[in-house]
Design a protein around this ligand. Structure first.
Ligand SMILES: Cc1ncc(COP(=O)(O)O)c(C=O)c1O
Length: 380
């Protein structure tokens, strides 16, 4: 039996054809017609004015922070329950993250805690330079109260939509909520270019600036003239070609991942100690990863026990992101709350969720999970 991965790439014939077209055209460079077309097509898919294709989601976050004016010595409020790239990008800009706890139901940043922290930081004359909010595991954050709090205090808002391409919030697409947003096309994402990212904004001037910074900040001159520090962050034309093919099937990929989550729910509905987070009523998740809550007392084994048992049968599962405020590298950073994210980390598990997962694979995951040896004292 081949290994069942958490979220492997899922390619089709269009991707191959477009990649070969890019190769044969000799546009083998971090610019070219596929890069331009990928930007236009993604912007039009999510309904936003402008997009710049970049080498990674992390690069997009780094540039987003620079574009809204984050400077060394600043603070940036961000989600504690996220992948390290979110917080790392803040440090690349020379700023320090302040971590905000998650909401228990959506797992995304708590809008109430964010509003409180903004209020008290501004009252102390320590206005943060930006707020960077993650759409976790494919579900949008609760953008209305978050955007209102940022607007009230005049703080720029950045959306880390790396995991949420194809998701919606009150009928609007993920990636359209901040002043600037970032997507990732890393190999594990809902669509992938092996590695890549996209910076999007309604503001053409910001996206133009992102392209300038991403191509070593070359001033207009026939020779190489530089008055700003730049980066080498553009996406390859070959990879953009793959991205265009993937974008064509994005709607289908979202439906497939949502169907997988629904099947897991149905198959595990009667398993004591296993629960699923409820989808927020305000939108549609892209169901990038299906995650479960494990009550170790009730189920009889811990999430770690389940993970090891799945692994022994060559099935990949993963703990939830370890919150940033618990990471040694961010130990010195302030955290607002933190117990919700820590609790989710202790009880959560991400199951194989790739859109190419077959019903038979899913059945095997479920049966293996259910057969985990019970070594915890049961509550009842
Ligand atoms: C929430 C989040 N932000 C940022 C990133 C970084 O994206 P990339 O790997 O394309 O740099 C990822 C995933 O990789 C992510 O999950």
């Amino acid at each position: 039996m081949p290994r069942i991965y958490l979220s492997p790439p899922h390619m089709g014939p269009d991707e191959r054809g477009l990649l070969l077209d890019a190769f044969d055209s000799n546009w083998v460079a971090p610019l070219g017609p596929h890069v331009d077309a990928f930007e236009r097509e993604l912007a039009s898919f999510i309904g936003i004015g402008h997009a710049a294709a970049l080498s990674s989601g992390t690069a997009a976050l780094h540039l987003a922070l620079l574009l809204v004016g984050v400077k060394p010595g600043d603070t940036v409020l961000t989600s504690t329950l996220t992948f390290a790239a979110t917080a790392n990008a803040i440090t690349y800009a020379g700023a320090t993250p302040v971590f905000i706890d998650a909401d228990e139901t959506t797992w995304n940043m708590s809008p109430a805690l964010l509003a409180e922290e903004l209020e008290s930081a501004v009252a102390q004359g320590k206005r943060p330079a930006a707020v960077l909010v993650v759409d976790l595991y494919g579900q949008c954050a609760d953008w209305d109260p978050i955007a209102a709090a940022c607007a009230r205090h005049g703080v720029p808002l950045i959306e880390d939509a790396a995991e949420a391409l194809g998701a919606t919030y009150r009928g609007r697409a993920a990636g359209t909520f901040g002043d600037v947003a970032a997507f990732s096309f890393n190999g594990n994402k809902i669509i992938t270019t092996a590695g890549g990212g996209m910076l999007v904004s309604q503001r053409g001037d910001l996206v133009e600036r992102a392209r300038f910074l991403a191509t070593q900040a070359r001033d207009p001159a026939p020779h190489y003239e530089h008055s700003t520090i730049g980066y080498n962050y553009r996406l390859s034309n070959l990879l953009a070609a793959v991205g265009r093919g993937q974008l064509r099937v994005l709607g289908e990929r979202v439906r497939q991942r949502r169907a997988i989550r629904a099947r897991y729910r149905a198959a595990l509905a009667d398993t004591p100690g296993i629960a699923f987070p409820t989808e927020a009523a305000y939108g549609e998740s892209n169901a990038w990863l299906t995650c479960i809550h494990v009550d170790a007392n009730e189920f009889g084994a811990t999430p770690a026990g389940i993970r090891k048992h799945l692994e022994a049968r060559d099935i990949e599962s993963r703990p939830l992101w370890k919150p940033m405020h618990l990471q040694p590298v961010f130990r010195h950073c302030r955290v607002v709350g933190g117990t919700v994210a820590a609790g989710l980390f202790a009880t959560g598990l991400c199951l194989p969720s790739g859109s190419s997962l077959t019903p038979a694979d899913l059945q095997l995951v479920v049966e293996t999970l259910k057969s985990t040896p019970r070594d915890q004292p049961r509550a009842r």
